[in-house]
Design a protein around this ligand. Structure first.
Ligand SMILES: [Zn+2]
Length: 401
């Protein structure tokens, strides 16, 4: 099979398929991206020492906890957070408080995975769900501001577990995959520990809650997305780790293990060929499609690049898969247009304005999907309401706030 990148004018990593437009990417003198460099570091790290360091951190947290929880595990019910629950409760005997910021775009299988993990690991759980009308309005503002539909999810996942940590004085937060695994934003040699107030804004949300307050969204609406003050974070001594910096991370093996041991469900994902990343979110296809329209690559590029690093695909095979999946117009676009009241032309015009400089004036191919997604692209709570109201009629999404 011969194939090449979709956008030959861009520089791509010489080893995988990551383009120069990925945020934070840096190529070394051989043209190799940071994620590929990390995958080499990963092989040479002494994981026995790292595991001993993890054990020490967890023992220390247990000894300080008293009657309080040992740690907070932010969970979505996805593959990573289910694996975090497995490792921390079954292997290390931690008593965590599970904390979920609900994006409220649950897929049916994602909702099952979340409930199944709570029942399986017997953990106490807190969830925060912003109201539907606010989510709908933020979806539009999010595309305008950051060229990505999911600001409320990034912002909420960054702020809500920190709010709970401060409020309940549970200082240790434990996330899953290392930031070094798929992105150029960190290195395995220098794991992230301390979380200042701006950490999550830099990592994913990009703009503050205050900057999202316009066009029918008020500052008051944004209160739940506000990160605690630096004084509050310092007073509670909040810090955190990524398990993937201490235990060798292998997406494929973990997925098989969770599926076979705990009945974790994979599902078809829009815009890619794998069935296990962000399965809990019906809008993940939009998240990835907007990245493609803005930066020239989507989820298939990230997953195929990881498969190349792991020796599962050749680079040519990866580029062929990317050409098939990244340009695919997701069904989730229809849902986005329904909840924002926009036309498809308006959406594409907004995306054109927010393209990175290297993609301006370039023809970005978009393909129609051949078949419907296996699961309905409608948030599961909405599906349930339709079922019990015995109606097929679309709800009016543009509720007044
Ligand atoms: Zn690379």
């Amino acid at each position: 099979m011969t194939s090449g990148p979709l956008f030959p004018h861009l520089t791509y990593c010489t080893r995988c398929c990551i383009p120069e437009t990925q945020e934070g990417v840096a190529f070394d003198e051989l043209g190799i991206c940071r994620a590929c460099q990390s995958s080499e570091q990963k092989i040479h790290i002494n994981w026995v020492e790292r595991e001993a360091a993890l054990r020490k951190i967890l023992d220390d947290a247990k000894s300080r906890a008293g009657n309080n929880y040992d740690c907070i595990i932010p969970i979505s019910g996805g593959k990573d957070s289910t694996y975090q629950l497995h490792v921390l409760t079954k292997i290390y005997g931690m008593k965590p408080l599970a904390v979920t910021f609900s994006h409220n775009w649950w897929s049916e299988s994602g909702w099952y995975n979340l409930q199944n993990s709570l029942e399986t690991f017997n953990v106490d759980h807190m969830v925060f769900t912003p109201n539907r009308a606010l989510i709908n309005r933020l979806a539009k503002n999010s595309v305008e501001k950051i060229g990505d539909v999911s600001w409320h999810d990034h912002g909420g996942v960054g702020s809500y577990p920190l709010q709970v940590a401060v409020k309940f004085k549970i200082p240790l937060l434990i996330w899953g995959e290392s930031l070094a695994e798929n992105s150029g934003r960190a290195s395995y040699l220098d794991p992230v520990h301390k979380f200042d107030r701006e950490y999550f804004i830099r990592q994913s949300a990009k703009v503050t809650a205050g900057e999202m307050a316009y066009d029918g969204v008020t500052e008051r609406d944004m209160f739940p997305f506000t990160v605690p003050s630096q004084e509050e974070i310092d007073a509670a001594n909040v810090w955190g780790i990524h398990l993937g910096d201490y235990l060798f991370w292998d997406d494929e093996r973990q997925t098989e293990f969770l599926r076979d041991t705990y009945g974790w469900k994979e599902t078809q994902m829009e815009g890619t060929y794998k069935r296990y990343k962000s399965v809990e979110d019906v809008m993940s296809g939009m998240h990835d499609f907007t990245c493609y329209l803005k930066r020239g690559y989507g989820r298939a590029t990230e997953q195929a690049s990881l498969d190349v690093r792991n020796g599962l695909l050749t680079r040519d095979e990866a580029f062929a898969l990317i050409a098939e999946h990244d340009p695919e117009k997701p069904e989730a676009l229809d849902y986005y247009l329904a909840i924002t009241g926009q036309s498809e032309q308006e959406f594409y015009a907004t995306m054109e304005k927010i393209r990175v400089p290297q993609m301006r004036g370039i023809d970005i191919p978009v393909k129609e999907k051949h078949a419907k997604n296996e699961e309905r692209i409608l948030p599961f709570p909405e599906q349930l309401i339709q079922k019990f109201n015995k109606t097929d009629s679309k709800r009016s999404y543009l509720n007044d706030l």
